[in-house]
Write a protein that binds this ligand. Structure first.
Ligand SMILES: [Zn+2]
Length: 133
């Protein structure tokens, strides 16, 4: 399961950062996920909560932003966002997951995916506690 390995890898990465910085509690994590990872955000959130149990992330909030993938169209030569700006507004980003690799200009599916397979942890909000338990 794609979402499970992604959830585990987010938890592991952030736990490592937390330990390195002596942070006991992570409050919030912002991630950006490329459209062509085809990750289901709801499933990822659910699995994240399970993976985060008994880690510094156990009470943290995971914010997921799906960013548009990039395409190159073999038929009309278009290179750029796989979803037109108009459609991005309509989709409110999360349902971008449902979009396929079709050219937004000529609707051809003779396209190469040139971006949108990445997952970036943009930032982490942590609680810094000075008092030791
Ligand atoms: Zn095209």
């Amino acid at each position: 399961m794609h979402e499970l390995s992604t959830a585990v890898s987010i938890v592991e990465t952030v736990t490592r950062v937390a330990e390195a910085n002596n942070v006991k509690k992570i409050l919030e994590i912002n991630v950006e996920i490329g459209q062509f990872t085809f990750i289901n955000p709801e499933q990822l959130l659910f699995l994240f909560q399970i993976a985060a149990e008994k880690t510094p992330l156990s009470e943290s909030k995971l914010n997921i932003k799906i960013v548009p993938g990039k395409l190159h169209c073999q038929d009309c030569g278009y290179s750029g966002d796989a979803v037109s700006e108009e459609d991005q507004k309509k989709a409110h980003l999360l349902p971008l997951v449902g979009f396929t690799a079709r050219c937004p200009v000529c609707n051809s599916n003779n396209t190469d995916i040139i971006g949108g397979r990445e997952l970036n942890i943009k930032n982490i909000k942590a609680e810094v506690s000075e008092d030791n338990p």
